[in-house]
Design a protein around this ligand. Structure first.
Ligand code: ADE
Length: 305
């Protein structure tokens, strides 16, 4: 069997530093499952100390290219380093068996589930397609704080020229104290060399979160992450409901092309809605930056304290 290019690259020396002995890792229940991988709860023993971790593994059905993607995710986690608003790498098992990536365990699960659990259906008149309206049981300040946390983590990623490409509430995890952390770098690419990552092949894509230029020209940049961040803000304000609910992908894309955008969730403050619509400017250069979004959100949050 031909070794993966990534395995024989100079990265192997960096990866050595992160190597965890398999014997110290016990796998528990499944936390999540994706197209080619799954995340399990884990117990890691290291010099007599036991800690709870999350372990990302590949399914048996995974192809060589899936394996390369997971190694790519590991490389990105190594590059990104420690940040409070990014899920951090604990280590990895890369030798003598299936590849496992060990990351910090986020005890409060994913943001989307959290929002859904903490929302109540209301009798309010829906402005959009007779969809039920959900109201938050969380203080507005807390909801905005989620946005601040993600903007903070994304500022760090953007500064490292790292494009996430799959920013959505399902990929934000909540630590203790409900600190939001950007996770799931499966689709991330380090675009240090080419400033615009152009995806050549078609696979399952997160259409509802994708920027105008990603949908129509396969272009992914930090500015397209900003668009996705706007959709994520919308998800927060709409308490984890599906963006463009009731629309098929094709109709959603037609609407975006014609200049249509997501409507203001009923309980969303006007100022926050203005901020998200700026993330959905057709021209990438007209959108705000992550540091700008962070400070705007902090300023808006002051009004709810
Ligand atoms: N689900 C997926 N990854 C997770 C993590 N790191 N912590 C908790 N739940 C998760």
């Amino acid at each position: 069997e031909k070794p993966s290019k990534l395995l024989v690259s100079p990265q192997v020396t960096t990866l050595n530093f992160w190597e965890i002995p398999r014997a110290g890792l016990k796998l528990g229940r499944r936390l999540g499952s994706g197209q080619f991988g799954e995340v399990r709860l884990g117990e890691l023993r290291n010099r007599g100390l036991t800690s709870t971790v999350a372990v990302k593994t590949l399914k048996d059905s995974a192809s060589d290219s899936d394996k390369k993607d997971l190694l790519g995710e590991l490389e990105i986690l190594v590059t990104v380093g420690r940040h409070d608003n990014i899920i951090s790498l604990v280590g990895a098992c890369t030798r003598d068996g299936p590849l496992m990536i060990v990351v910090e365990y986020a005890p409060n699960g994913c943001l989307k589930d959290w929002l859904k659990t903490n929302s109540v259906e209301t009798n309010a008149e829906s402005a959009y397609q007779n969809q039920p309206v959900y109201a938050s049981q969380l203080p507005m300040e807390q909801l905005i704080q989620f946005g601040v946390d993600v903007a903070n983590g994304m500022s760090h990623l953007a500064a490292l020229q790292c494009v996430h490409r799959d920013l959505a509430a399902r990929n934000i995890l909540l630590g203790g104290n409900l600190v939001a952390k950007v996770s799931d770098f499966g689709l991330s690419r380090d675009i240090y060399e080419d400033s615009e990552y152009v995806k050549s092949t078609q696979s399952k894509l997160p259409l509802r979160w994708m920027a105008y230029e990603s949908l129509f020209y396969n272009v992914y940049t930090t500015q397209s992450d900003i668009w996705s961040f706007g959709v994520l803000l919308w998800e927060i304000m709409a308490m984890g409901t599906l963006p463009y609910e009731g629309m098929k992908g094709k109709r959603m894309m037609d609407m975006i092309k014609d200049g249509g955008r997501l409507q203001k969730p009923s309980s969303c403050p006007e100022e926050i809605y203005t901020l998200m619509t700026r993330c959905w400017e057709t021209l990438p250069e007209d959108r705000p930056t992550f540091p700008e979004l962070k400070s705007s959100l902090i300023r808006i949050m002051q009004g709810f304290k």
